[in-house]
Design a binder for this molecule. Sequence first.
Ligand SMILES: Cc1cc2nc3c(=O)[nH]c(=O)nc-3n(C[C@H](O)[C@H](O)[C@H](O)COP(=O)(O)OP(=O)(O)OC[C@H]3O[C@@H](n4cnc5c(N)ncnc54)[C@H](O)[C@@H]3O)c2cc1C
Length: 258
Amino acid sequence: MTATAEVVIVGAGIMGCAIAYSLAERGLSDIVVIERDAIARGATADAAGGIRQQFSTETNIHLATASVRVWETFAERFDAEIGLRQQGYLFLLDDEAEADTFRSNVALQRTLGVPSRWVEPDEIATLNPYVRLDDVVGGTYCPEDGWVDTYQATMGYARAARRLGVTFREDTAVTGITVEDGRVTGVGTPGGPISSPLVILCAGPYTRQVAAMAGIDLPISPSRRMSFVTEPFDGLPPTLPMTIEFSTGLYFHPESGG
Ligand SMILES: Cc1cc2nc3c(=O)[nH]c(=O)nc-3n(C[C@H](O)[C@H](O)[C@H](O)COP(=O)(O)OP(=O)(O)OC[C@H]3O[C@@H](n4cnc5c(N)ncnc54)[C@H](O)[C@@H]3O)c2cc1C
């Protein structure tokens, strides 16, 4: 007999788990999340967990502001500790043209209620005394920005989803998507097909490959990132903000003593 589900979600990273929870909260009762590895082991496991409201478009700022409110209430709402640290995001700028753009961004952010501000090099030296400032013309800072533990956040969503009846199938790869008369009708797995009128792809960097199973070419291309984790050491105070050198994309933040 073919298994059935109201919704199949492919991938149990932060996206799949958050969507599963949100659909269950809205009353969908038969949701199956299929994960070829384990919950929170994809890109989500490697993320720095940075959350910021310093964006350049109104839409992104609204989305980011709403998400910060979610993280601020997450521990209480889901009884899950996610290591939220609102120690700010500090952008360092070494180019006058970029500085002008960031000043305009801050003006827009502030009209939408984001407490970001322009900071001169002497204030940057106070916010983070460990950066070299000789080529820095200024920066922007928002004290409400920060970071969370992405593993704990994802597990928090997954546990909340399970409590609402969502089924998680780990160690199970989606190997095919069935399409009939132009509509998706289910997925294939090594354990057999699951029939469903709604399949949501949350496969992160693999979404293009999974979409191709339904004959759809999504323009999603993964790009490699590099991260370095130190042992705990005493050199940097744990209160530093997430600090980003905008021109190179290099950023760092303190976590777990390192
Ligand atoms: C080094 C690094 C730093 C980052 N820092 C930040 C940051 O500071 N702030 C921020 O917001 N974002 C950051 N990101 C981005 C963030 O990690 C991703 O946007 C987010 O985790 C994506 O979540 P996801 O659920 O879409 O994907 P993933 O977490 O990758 O989950 C996708 C899941 O799909 C599963 N899957 C794939 N194919 C199949 C299949 N055929 N069948 C079943 N399951 C399948 C995978 O196993 C995986 O578990 C960072 C990313 C990296 C790599």
